[in-house]
Write a protein that binds this ligand. Structure first.
Ligand code: ZN
Length: 252
C-alpha cells in the first residue's frame, strides 16, 4: 500500500457518492420521499411573516420541516437566516426586523406569554407580526438564544395545549416536541385568527406521514438512504485514517 493507492481508493469513493439518487428540484429530497404534492396549491400569504433563525447543523438533519414552511408560504412571508448567533453583518435586514415593535419570538423564556394572549392581527389595529422561530434541536435553539442578546428584549411567546406531533414522535424519538413546520403553522393560525391556515400549511407533513405509513418499503429505503448519507463522511475519515495508520508500518 502506497500513497498513490490511498488516493486511488479515495477517488473511487468520491466518484460514487450516495447522492446519485434523483432529487426533487423543489424540496431537494430524493424523489421517492418528496412531499411537494402536499404543498398548498398556491403559496399562502398571511399578513404576518415568519422569520426562521436556523442553526447551521439543522441543514444536515434528515427530516427538516423549515423548507415545508418556506415553500408553503409566499416568498416574502418566510425568511431564513442561518447562524449560531444573531444578528451578524451577513444577516441583511434582520436588525430592522428585531427593532420592529411587532416582532415576537417563540421561545419559552420565563416571561413568555401564551400566543392566544396576544392581540390577533386586525383586532384593535394590531399590525402584522414578525414571528421569529429558532430552528434546530432544543439544545441548539437554547444556545442560539443565549448567545444572541438582541433576542432577549423581544416579546417572548409560547404555544400551549398543542398535541405533540405524532409524526415527530415516530421519526425523531429524541425530541418529543413540535417540528418547525407545526410550530409555525399553529402559531400563525392563532396570530392571524385563521384556524384553517394550519391545515393548509401542514399539508406536506401529512402527505409525507400518510405516504410513509402506506408504504413501509419506501420508509425503509429512505432510512437506508439517510444512514448512508450520514455515515458517508465518516466512512472516508475511517478509511483514510486506517490507511494512513497502516502506511508507516508497511513502509517500515
Ligand atoms: Zn419535492
Amino acid at each position: 500500500m502506497n500513497e498513490e493507492t490511498v488516493f486511488q481508493e479515495l477517488s473511487e469513493i468520491l466518484a460514487d457518492p450516495p447522492e446519485t439518487r434523483e432529487k426533487c428540484s423543489q424540496c431537494k429530497r430524493p424523489v421517492p420521499v418528496c412531499w411537494c404534492p402536499g404543498l398548498p396549491k398556491h403559496p399562502i400569504n398571511p399578513a404576518s411573516r415568519i422569520i426562521i433563525l436556523q442553526h447551521p447543523a439543522e441543514v444536515k438533519r434528515c427530516l427538516r420541516t423549515a423548507p415545508m414552511l418556506a415553500l408553503g408560504l409566499g416568498s416574502e412571508k418566510c425568511i431564513i437566516y442561518r447562524g449560531k448567533k444573531f444578528p451578524l453583518p451577513k444577516h441583511e435586514g434582520l436588525i430592522e426586523i428585531l427593532n420592529d415593535k411587532n416582532t415576537i419570538l417563540l421561545y419559552p423564556s420565563p416571561n413568555a406569554v401564551t400566543l392566544d394572549e396576544l392581540t390577533p392581527v386586525g383586532d384593535n389595529g394590531q399590525k402584522a407580526y414578525n414571528l421569529i422561530l429558532l430552528d434546530g434541536t432544543w439544545p441548539q435553539a437554547k444556545a442560539i438564544y443565549h448567545s444572541s442578546p438582541a433576542l432577549w428584549n423581544l416579546q417572548a411567546c409560547k404555544l400551549v395545549g398543542i398535541p405533540t406531533s405524532e409524526y415527530v414522535i415516530r421519526t425523531q424519538p429524541t425530541e418529543g416536541c413540535l417540528s418547525t413546520l407545526e410550530t409555525g403553522a399553529f402559531a400563525l393560525s392563532i396570530l392571524e385568527g385563521e384556524p384553517e391556515l394550519k391545515d393548509k400549511m401542514l399539508g406536506p407533513l401529512h402527505f409525507l406521514c400518510r405516504f410513509q405509513l402506506e408504504n413501509g418499503a419506501v420508509t425503509h429505503q429512505s432510512k437506508e438512504f439517510v444512514i448512508k448519507q450520514k455515515t458517508y463522511p465518516k466512512l472516508i475519515g475511517r478509511r483514510l485514517a486506517r490507511q494512513l495508520r497502516i502506511l508507516p508500518e508497511e513502509s517500515a
